[in-house]
Design a protein around this ligand. Structure first.
Ligand SMILES: [Mg+2]
Length: 378
């Protein structure tokens, strides 16, 4: 019984090859993201207690709280009514997800200068595998410093970063000196760093598991590490075995970069140039229908509709419009495509090709989060 026995309980988690050097992982987390973006863009809100989400009349919940608001004990997921009672001068703001998404894209573009393997956890948080970094910087710490500097200079926002050979340790580390902090945990320091932490800090330990662990005298990660593996497995099953491995400084999960589809489109070149605007509208509507069917079957919706028009002389223009809420409704997309056609010379000049695309795609889950602003931010 012991370590190897536990290892075999963990499915789909191959062990690191011991001959491989440790991975270098950075976890970056923006500080009070939504609230900070609003304070950046509205200077009169700086230095003030601000929350995004909820209403002063007490409807809804707080999605993000500025650090000034946190001094009053206000935090994300708190009912707005309670937040309003805690701070009389609290400023409530409507979330502007279009803007937060745009900042998130800018953040992603910075990450892409350093890493190919990027795993976003939300709009403002991601793991980066910088075992090999694309900028040729000497260390992961140097990459983290550079990213933090660029976020400050280019986005005029602050973030916190954690650096470790293990994902869960990088995530705990990014939280360690928040806001605007950097914590580096080299492999030989992992156990000293995690053992004094409350077990609650381990991923997957919510209030219920925490209570069950506390009930048997396990309060810190170090307490968990000291319990025989078989005991943990018997009481908590596979999940417990995984927690035990983490308490021993193991986390085999790689940074999972997903390369989501960025857009879906259809286009058509005509045998003969078309001058009749109505005909072009009908063709765009058919293309919108096909694109939306593809999105629907992939469980995706998009926020940006783009049309492409190539004139008889081969000059090509594109026109785009971005919606507040993502869609895959063919009528909505066709309607937007027709409106975009007004911003071209279709109907006035011969047209050789038209196409329509839907971009800025989000999955079902994300769509749901957008509709119900429940994407909390810390
Ligand atoms: Mg954050």
């Amino acid at each position: 019984m012991g370590h190897d026995w536990v290892t075999h309980q963990i499915e789909n988690c191959p062990l690191d090859d011991e001959n491989q050097p440790p991975r270098k992982i950075i976890h970056v987390d923006m500080d009070a993201f939504y609230a900070s973006v609003e304070q950046r863009d509205h200077p009169h809100l700086r230095g003030k207690p601000v929350v995004v989400g909820g209403s002063p009349e007490g409807r809804g919940v707080v999605a993000a709280a500025s650090y000034e608001a946190r001094k009053f004990g206000i935090h994300s997921a708190m009912p707005a009514a309670r937040a309003a009672r805690l701070c009389r001068d609290l400023v409530f703001l409507h979330p502007d997800f279009m803007k937060y998404r745009e900042v998130s894209r800018q953040l992603r573009a910075i990450f892409e200068d350093y890493a190919d393997h990027i795993e976003p956890l939300s709009l403002d948080e991601a793991f980066l595998d910088v075992t090999e970094n694309k900028a040729g910087l000497p260390t992961a710490t140097a990459v983290a410093k550079e990213i933090r500097r660029r976020v400050r200079d280019e986005l005029r926002l602050t973030c916190s970063a954690g650096v470790s050979s293990l994902k869960f340790v990088a995530k705990i580390a990014s939280d360690y000196r928040k806001p605007d902090g950097l914590t580096v945990v080299p492999p030989e320091r992992v156990l000293a760093f995690i053992h004094p932490m409350p077990v609650r800090k381990l991923p997957g330990v919510g209030p219920a598991t925490e209570k069950r662990l506390n009930d048997i005298g396990i309060f810190t990660v170090g307490d968990l590490a000291a319990v025989p593996a078989a005991d943990v497995h018997r009481r908590f099953g596979k999940h417990g075995a995984y927690l035990w491995r983490m308490a021993h400084g193991e986390d085999p999960r790689p940074v999972q970069s997903s390369q989501p589809r960025r857009s879906q489109s259809a286009e058509q070149t005509f045998a003969e140039d078309i001058e009749d605007r109505r005909t072009l509208e009908r063709i765009l509507a058919g293309q919108a229908e096909r694109v939306c069917r593809g999105l629907e079957s992939a469980g995706l919706r998009g926020r940006t509709v783009t049309i492409k028009v190539r004139y008889g002389d081969f000059t090509t223009v594109t026109r785009s419009e971005t919606l507040e809420q993502p869609t895959n409704d063919p009528f909505r997309v066709a309607e937007m495509a027709t409106a975009l056609l007004d911003r071209t010379e279709a109907g006035l000049r011969p047209v050789r090709l038209v196409g329509v695309g839907v971009g800025n795609l989000v999955g079902r889950e994300e769509t749901l989060q957008l509709e119900l602003p429940l994407e909390f931010d810390d």
